[in-house]
Every structure is written in C-alpha cells, then in structure tokens.
Ligand binder design. Structure first.
Ligand SMILES: [Zn+2]
Length: 85
C-alpha cells in the first residue's frame, strides 16, 4: 500500500526547497520504514541540491535524521518501535 507524507523536495539544481505531499511505495523486502522525529539539513544537502555533489535533483534532502522504526520488509531485521538515530 502506498505511503503518503510531507517532505521538502528540490526539483531542479539551485531550485527552492518546497514542502509537498509525496508518495512512497510500500516498504521493500530489504527496507525499514522510519517515522522521523527530527531531520536536519547540512552542507551536503545544500551542495547536492545544487546538482554538482553526490546526487542531482529531483531529491528529498535531509540525510541526517532520527526516528522510530515503524515496519520492516521481510528480509530486514529491526526491532520496531525502537528509537534510533
Ligand atoms: Zn551531513
């Protein structure tokens, strides 16, 4: 079942960080779904949003986060409802 949430999205290099509704596919068998508690942006996100460092837009920045594991795929072992960072 697809998952709907809000995220800041950068659509093009040097474009604005826009708050939008986004949709993910269900958790893959090797994935963990995390409900974020806090997310920070660092210089890596800013550089990447410019399109010349590690990845290029479109992207959802914020690779430094903390949250609670909600569910896992069949091949991912993690104790859900555990706070982790
Ligand atoms: Zn960073």
């Amino acid at each position: 079942m697809p998952i709907q949430t809000e995220a800041y999205v950068v659509h093009e290099a040097h474009g604005p960080f826009e708050l939008e509704q986004v949709q993910y596919q269900d958790v893959g068998e090797h994935e963990l779904l995390v409900e974020p508690v806090a997310v920070s942006l660092c210089h890596t996100d800013v550089l990447a949003s410019g399109g010349s460092f590690m990845m290029t837009p479109p992207m959802i920045p914020g690779h430094e986060s903390s949250g609670i594991g909600e569910s896992t795929g069949a091949l991912f072992f993690f104790e859900t409802s555990r706070r982790d960072s």
